[in-house]
Design a binder for this molecule. Structure first.
Ligand SMILES: Cc1cc2nc3c(=O)[nH]c(=O)nc-3n(C[C@H](O)[C@H](O)[C@H](O)COP(=O)(O)O)c2cc1C
Length: 314
């Protein structure tokens, strides 16, 4: 029995729900020797900014129990470098492509999206409104904020609206976990015209070197990811999905099909595999094969029968 794993995100049809998370899969070429990239549901690039960035000074990564902290600081070649050096390879792979985009102001985010609009082979944009390792200067009214867009519904609304005005391609708003009401932030993204929500980005966190009594990371804090965040990410996905009609993409600590199923059952239409790629570069394909097996064994004809199928406990 064949199973139908197809799903959709905005205007983009995917043959399966397994995506790779921004910043954990390079620009895909790095992973071609580990898998047939055409099997992925879609690719999300490393976040791109207007200008090239070298990122934060080392040490930028530290392992923690069941996870890791990173403070890469959005190292990237800038939008022009991306178009020249990375996009030609990515557009040839033949799977849907979402370019992750970020800026230090609403205008800058929209500038990157606007510049990419004239380039073919891009299906949509994932707006990284939630990177914890760089400071932002966002403006609400006359007040300047040095904070994450995803912490404030008004900033999310402004960023999504500005991008909506320059593109009709699929727009995904990527949100962070460090908020008291994820539903409020998700609603803001939806009302501003986002086609989908992706969550979660990493948690702001810190590791201390007790001998030297200094933070281990040069940036002092970093973003926590990996299996340790998964139960929180599942809860946030469930909460967000109850508040919006647009699709939600689940991210956080996914290593195998069982992990992915938790997100799908609480309502995610697709998932992204992140930190697991560092431990097992074939993880996205193993998640995909595991999902197929799960459905086949239980004679479930389509992934859509699983999405949002959470039951009340009797
Ligand atoms: C080393 C590293 C770099 C990352 N870089 C980005 C990035 O550039 N843009 C972004 O939106 N998220 C970035 N993330 C966050 C991931 O895309 C993902 O949202 C997060 O790690 C949670 O998923 P995971 O636990 O499966 O890794 C990065 C994560 C890691 C570990």
């Amino acid at each position: 029995m064949g199973v139908n794993l197809s799903t959709s995100i905005g205007k983009v049809q995917l043959k399966n729900p397994v995506l790779v998370a921004s910043g954990t899969f390079g620009h895909a070429k790095e992973f071609e020797r580990f898998m047939d990239l055409r099997r992925l549901g879609a690719i999300v690039t490393k976040t791109i900014t207007v200008k090239p960035r070298l990122g934060n000074p080392p040490q930028r990564i530290v392992e923690t129990p069941s996870g890791m902290l990173n403070a890469i600081g959005l190292q990237n070649p800038g939008v022009e470098g991306f178009i020249t050096d990375k996009l030609p390879y990515l557009r040839k792979i033949g799977v849907p492509l979402f370019v992750s985009v970020m800026g230090y102001s609403t205008a800058e985010i929209a500038e990157v999206v606007g510049r990419l609009e004239s380039e073919g082979g891009i299906d949509g944009y994932e707006l990284n409104l939630s990177c914890p390792n760089v400071s932002y200067a966002a403006k609400v009214g006359s007040v300047s904020h040095a904070r994450m867009f995803a912490h404030d519904p008004e900033l999310v609304r402004q960023a999504v609206s500005a991008c909506r005005a320059v593109t009709s391609r699929t727009l995904i708003a990527k949100l962070g976990p460090d908020v008291s009401d994820i539903g409020l932030i998700a609603e803001a993204a939806e009302s501003a015209g986002a086609d989908a929500i992706a969550l979660i980005n990493t948690f702001v966190a810190m590791v201390v070197d007790v001998e030297r009594r200094v933070p281990v990371l040069a940036n002092k804090t970093g973003g926590l990811s990996g299996p340790c965040v998964r139960p929180i990410a599942v809860r946030l996905t469930w909460e967000a999905k109850k508040r919006v009609r647009i699709p939600v993409i689940g991210i956080g600590g996914i290593r195998n099909a069982k992990d992915a199923l938790e997100f799908l059952i609480v309502g995610a239409c697709a998932v992204q595999v992140g930190t697991a790629n560092f431990m097992n570069p074939a993880a996205p394909i193993e998640v995909l094969e595991g999902l197929e097996k799960h459905l086949k064994q239980r004679k479930i004809p389509a992934l859509t029968d699983v999405i949002g199928s959470l039951k009340d406990r009797a």
